[in-house]
Design a protein around this ligand. Structure first.
Ligand code: SF4
Length: 480
């Protein structure tokens, strides 16, 4: 409903725990924000792998009875919002196969940018695909490997992949964690008693009671068995390109990703935003929940008090019934409501983390004005988003991104705000880390650290789940 980029997946894995499926369930529960379309868990009891996957939220799928069907001491789990591959239970993960190397299951966060080419080649050599997800390519490469051991076959398979991938894999006696050589998406390693845990974000470790040990390094493959983790380097060294949007929006603020507290980074972004573009105002109001940390930093730096002038209804389900006589801006109103007593007559600075199409922001500005605000100044704690992502994030095409097609003044007029300002790229990088070269910033620059296939339109078809059909490019709403 909100106008945001969408992270597509969260992964979790555990080795050496008598209640592995239950732990995976809890881990996925903490990672639900990374994907809400489907979820799944695969387990091993050393004899065989079993999996349960379904559409829906983690808590809906994994009842006590369902978890009881998943005995074992190794588990992997996945929450998914699809980017590559359409939304269907067939594409839900973990994907499981049985091949010459035995049973293996895989969970993937990211996007394999050469999946189409690899798939065409595999199909040309007789492979039959069960899904249209990019992840299945890795399994076919594994199954076709002539390597003598499971470990060598896995390394041979993943060494052919390009793009963004944090994998959790399961065999009958191993948990395997893999991170692409650029380290696009996060993957952390932790300890829970004698058990080992890997997960997309540390908030999942907090829930199961695990302790963070370290990040799985970019380009590292960790085979976790009875003797603990064994690290293998599967790729030549590559420049790191951590997704900066994890810090801006995707990750939970109670997580640590890429070695930094998300909460602290977001608060720093707000401070930096105030240094760069403070607005004359009486009150700072975050757009909940994504703008809260930045608003705290902005208020701290600017000296303008922060108030919760917009209240979010946390109990809205995925669908709601709108009356036949439709209510204007119903979709936003059902989720957000203004606190008139805080906004009336005030010069308001509205803080949000990002603007994609601008459609929701425009409605929120209207809502704040209708509540009596004297002025509305919009401040965004990241630079203008001008390019789509090809590394595992659901983004519209470039033509739909308001900042790619409109000037700052046009955006201001479209939003109906008194002023609009974004954080500079330099400001973002300085708040995230002094080593600015470590991050992917492609959605702000259009410079991609890993090349995607030359036919960008065909690639977008895949990335936008429009396989085989012409891309539907929505026209941007006219500028007022
Ligand atoms: S393009 Fe943007 S969203 Fe995608 S990986 Fe890079 S920083 Fe993250």
């Amino acid at each position: 409903m909100f106008d945001k980029f969408r992270e597509e997946c969260g992964v979790f894995g555990i080795y050496g725990h008598p209640e592995a499926a239950n732990m995976a369930y809890l881990g996925l529960y903490a990672l639900q924000h990374r994907g809400q379309e489907s979820a799944g868990i695969a387990v091993s009891n050393s004899q065989r792998l079993r999996a349960l996957r379904s559409m829906g939220y983690v808590a809906e799928i994994f009842t006590q009875d369902a978890l009881a069907t998943l005995p074992g001491h190794i588990a992997i789990g996945h929450t998914r919002y699809s980017t590559a591959g359409e939304s269907s239970v067939g594409n839900a993960q973990p994907l499981l196969i049985d091949c010459v190397h035995g049973q293996v299951g895989i969970c993937h966060n990211g996007n394999i940018v050469n999946a189409r080419e690899l798939r065409d080649d595999l199909v040309g050599h007789g492979s039959i695909f069960q899904t249209n997800s990019d992840t299945e390519v890795a399994l076919h490469l594994f199954a076709r490997s002539k390597a003598a051991s499971v470990e060598d076959a896995l390394i041979e398979a993943i060494a052919q992949l390009s793009g963004a991938f944090s994998f959790a894999l399961i065999t009958k006696d191993r948990l395997v964690a893999v991170r692409d050589p650029h380290g696009f998406r996060p993957l952390a390693l932790g300890r829970l008693g004698d058990a080992w845990v890997v997960c997309s974000e540390t908030c999942a470790m907090d829930l199961v009671g695990a302790t963070y040990v370290r990040d799985v390094e970019p380009g590292e493959v960790l085979f976790i068995g009875p003797d603990g983790p064994r690290s293998v380097r599967a790729f030549p060294p590559a420049p790191s390109a951590h997704c900066i949007f994890e810090h801006v929006y995707f990750a939970r603020p109670d997580s640590e990703v890429f070695g930094r507290s998300v909460n602290e980074v977001r608060t720093d972004l707000g401070r930096q935003l105030a240094r760069e573009s403070a607005a004359p105002a009486d009150v700072v109001v975050p757009i909940p929940d994504s703008g809260v940390c930045a608003a705290i930093g902005y208020a701290e730096q600017s000296g303008v008090p922060m108030r919760f002038g917009l209240i979010r209804n946390h109990y809205v389900g995925r669908t709601f019934i709108e009356p036949a006589q439709s209510i204007r801006h119903f979709g936003v109103k059902v989720k957000l409501n203004p606190v008139r007593s805080l906004l009336k007559g005030q010069r308001v600075v509205l803080i949000d983390d990002s603007i994609v199409r601008g459609t929701t922001s425009r409605k929120i500005v209207k809502m704040v004005r209708a509540a009596g605000a004297a002025e509305v100044h919009v401040r965004i704690s990241c630079p203008p988003t001008i390019s789509p992502c090809f590394y595992g994030v659901d983004t519209p095409q470039r033509s739909e991104l308001i900042a790619a097609t409109h000037s700052l003044e046009e955006i201001r007029r479209y939003l109906g705000a008194d002023s609009v300002a974004y954080l500079s790229l330099e400001g973002l990088l300085s708040a995230v880390t002094p080593e600015s070269g470590r991050y992917c910033t492609s959605c702000y620059t259009g410079n991609y650290p890993v090349a995607f296939p030359r036919d960008q339109q065909a690639y977008l078809q895949l990335a936008l789940k429009l396989d085989g059909r012409p891309a539907q490019v929505a026209e941007a709403e006219p500028v007022a």
